[in-house]
Design a protein around this ligand. Sequence first.
Ligand code: HEC
Length: 401
Amino acid sequence: MARFFQITLSAVLVGLISVGCGGDDGGAGFASGAFGSSSGPPDSSGMIFDGVGAADALSDTEIAISWPSATNVEGTPAALMIYHVFRYLPLPGESFDSVPPPSEVTPGWNLISGNGTPPGVTSFIDTGLFGGISSFFWVRAEDPQGRKSLSLVVAGGHTPEIGAADTQVYSGGNPGDPHFEFSTMMDDAGRTCLTCHTVTPGLGSLDLNTWEGVMIGTGTASNPDSFVIPYQADMTWSNFLSGLTSNPAHHLLFLSQAADILAWETNTIGPWVEDGALNVVDLDPPVFEFDNIDNAGQYFAEFTAFDEVTVTWFQASDPESSPYGNGGQTAAGQLGYFLHYGPNSNSIDWDNPLGPFAWDGVGLQSAIISDYTESDIVIVIRAADKTDNWTTNEREIRLSR
Ligand code: HEC
């Protein structure tokens, strides 16, 4: 009995070690990404399973985990296999290297797939996360006989930060929102800005009562002439001031309020314009349109020197970053791109990306990762809009030399 136990135990250990060596880091192993169905020798449990394949953020609260289908020594069909998904949430500052090897009893590793996936299903969405955190996933396959795979492969994912809900919008109804200020700022005759500036927009007079009116300005809907230029706080402010001063007769009685009106540069108009001069809060993240044929093959990286990787990508789309989007304007200059990278999927340094890189408006964008001498690199590009919404449809670029 003791001897049998010993043999079983060492067989298990051999199984573990062979899995461990599958990864380049010689440790617990990490997801390799490419997957269809598992191949290779069975582990000592009799299962054939490569382990978890990928963990990719879908939103600030969700990560999709996927893996190749398992089989076993008897060749049980993939459709009969079920899978158990475990998650490890590292403490702040804890890196992948200090994450304990997964097991069903190791503290910190928690089962998140209940009684297992439906038979044959090779993906699972973890919906219990929050923005801006890393998490690690381990998957165990189980066959109808109740045998469980021994793969220790772990895949890491990182949810993006959520958009800033404190975006300043035109008529949010709060102090600091332009409409609120315009409707409460009173001159010595008891008139507010809206006493005069509530007019039908498009007829040459400024309507400050609606966002559309402000954006049309003293022009027409098809030919707007507004003092507002989204994202250009300085120019907007000087347009605004000259609008006030070039109509002195109407604005003279605001003189005693001059200090409060001048403060709008930093507490009302400036922040609103910096946030994109929006009417409503923008919570839509920019999106990398990988499926758009025009973008095919335009998201890649290459080793361009012994210590240098050049990364190239196409522009993410973000309608909210172009308030006048119907004219074919792009989000040029309004998105910031960040490069996250590391020697493998689980060692990406999410806290210290390279960037932001602003778009120059034409062609592809590229940037160089320098002082990088490792033989493998995994890169994820994310874009953030001016209101801090981050792309969530990430794709890893993997390179080896
Ligand atoms: C007594 C009426 C009156 C009041 C009160 C008033 N304005 Fe005006 N303002 C005008 C008139 C008239 C013009 C000329 C353009 C037009 O007809 O809209 C003008 C022009 C402007 C312009 C320049 C528009 C452009 O694009 O050329 C701005 C900006 C402006 N006002 C802002 C304000 C703000 C902000 C307030 C409140 C602090 C205010 N006004 C209060 C009558 C008024």
